[in-house]
Design a binder for this molecule. Structure first.
Ligand SMILES: C[S@@+](CC[C@H](N)C(=O)[O-])C[C@H]1O[C@@H](n2cnc3c(N)ncnc32)[C@H](O)[C@@H]1O
Length: 287
C-alpha cells in the first residue's frame, strides 16, 4: 500500500533547511564566520537548540538577530562551537605522545606546538604538563587557537569543575603520569584552577580553520574532534593547511573518529605513526 505523504510536514522540513542555508549565509556575509563547510545534520541540531535558547520557534527567526544584533555574535558562535573536552582526553593518545613522540620532539632545539580547536583549554594544560614532565618546557611554545573567543578566555583562566576530578585523575594516570595531578592545580570550593606556571610557554590566539591561513612552523599539530564537524572538502582543505604548517618530520594528531584518508589530497605527504591513536608524521622528503 502506498503511504500517504504528509506534505505539510515535508514542506516545513524543507523550509527549515532553506532557513538554515540563509542563516549560514547571513553569518558569513555579515560577520565573516563561514559554516558552509560544516556537516548539516549536527549543525542543524545546534541551530535548532540556539533558536530555542533565543526563544524563537523557527530557524528563520534567528536571521534578523544575526544581521542586526552584532553583540549576539559571540553567543551564537559560542553555541555553534561545541567546546567539549577533558584533561588528558583519550589518555592512550597522551601515553603515546609521552613515550614515543616527546623523545622525538626533544631532538629539535625549539619545539612549536599548534593546538587547533583548543576549546576551554583542557588539552593545553594536559600538553603543558606532558612537556614539563619530559623536561621540555623551556624549549617549547604552544600556540592554542580556537574561533570561539569566549572559549579562549575561559581557556586562559584555566578553571574547571571540581566534579570532574576523578575522571581527570584517572586520565592522567592512564596517560602514564607518575606524579600527582594535584601538583598542577589549586582547588577552591567547587572549582579547580590550573597553576599559572603551566601557561609560561602558551599563547592563546583567535584562528578560524575555515578562513585563516598557515599558523606557525609547527613540530606538532594537535587538532582533535574538530574535523568531525566538517564536510569532506573542508576536511581536505584543513588537512592541507596542517601539512603546510608542519616542519618536515613534524607530527599531526587527530581525534579518534578522524582519519587522514587515503583519498585526501595530502595523504601521500604523511606517514602513519599510530593508526589507533591517529598520529601521523609529515614525511621528511614531503614537497
Ligand atoms: C569538540 S571541541 C574539541 C576540543 C579538543 N580539541 C578536544 O578534542 O578535546 C571542538 C572545538 O573546535 C572549535 N572549532 C570548531 N570549528 C572551528 C574553526 N573553524 N576554527 C577553529 N576552531 C574551531 C570549537 O570552537 C571547539 O572549541
Amino acid at each position: 500500500m502506498i503511504k500517504p505523504v504528509d506534505t505539510d510536514a515535508q514542506d516545513a522540513a524543507d523550509v527549515e533547511d532553506i532557513a538554515l542555508e540563509v542563516f549560514i549565509q547571513a553569518l558569513r556575509l555579515r560577520h565573516g564566520y563561514d559554516f558552509s563547510g560544516y556537516s548539516r545534520a549536527s549543525l542543524k541540531r545546534r541551530v535548532v537548540e540556539l533558536s530555542r535558547k533565543f526563544g524563537v520557534e523557527r530557524l528563520g527567526d534567528l536571521i534578523p538577530s544575526t544581521l542586526y544584533e552584532p553583540e549576539l555574535m559571540r553567543e551564537i558562535v559560542s553555541h555553534l562551537s561545541v567546546p567539549v573536552s577533558s584533561l588528558f582526553r583519550d589518555p592512550e593518545v597522551f601515553l603515546r605522545l609521552r613515550d614515543d613522540v616527546m623523545p622525538m620532539l626533544a631532538s629539535w632545539p625549539r619545539i612549536n606546538i599548534w593546538l587547533a580547536g583548543c576549546a576551554y583549554g583542557e588539552e593545553v594544560y594536559s600538553l603543558a604538563i606532558l612537556l614539563a614532565e619530559a623536561g621540555l618546557t623551556q624549549r617549547s611554545q604552544i600556540y592554542a587557537t580556537d574561533f570561539n573567543d569566549h572559549a579562549l578566555e575561559r581557556a586562559a583562566e584555566g578553571i574547571f569543575n571540581r566534579q570532574n576530578l576523578p575522571e581527570y585523575r584517572n586520565n592522567y594516570r592512564e596517560s602514564g603520569g607518575q606524579g600527582r595531578l594535584s601538583d598542577y592545580y589549586h582547588t577552591r570550593y567547587e572549582l579547580l584552577r590550573m597553576r599559572r606556571e603551566l601557561l609560561e610557554r602558551v599563547v592563546f590566539a583567535h584562528h578560524n580553520l575555515v578562513t585563516d591561513g598557515v599558523f606557525a612552523e609547527a613540530h606538532l599539530i594537535m587538532c582533535r574532534n574538530v574535523l568531525i564537524y566538517f564536510t569532506q572538502p573542508l576536511k581536505d582543505r584543513v588537512l592541507e593547511l596542517f601539512a603546510d604548517s608542519l616542519v618536515r618530520g613534524g607530527f599531526l594528531v587527530l581525534g579518534n573518529k578522524e582519519t587522514l584518508s587515503a583519498s585526501s589530497r595530502v595523504a601521500d605527504r604523511f606517514e602513519l605513526v599510530s593508526a589507533a591513536d591517529r598520529i601521523y608524521r609529515l614525511k621528511r622528503d614531503a614537497a
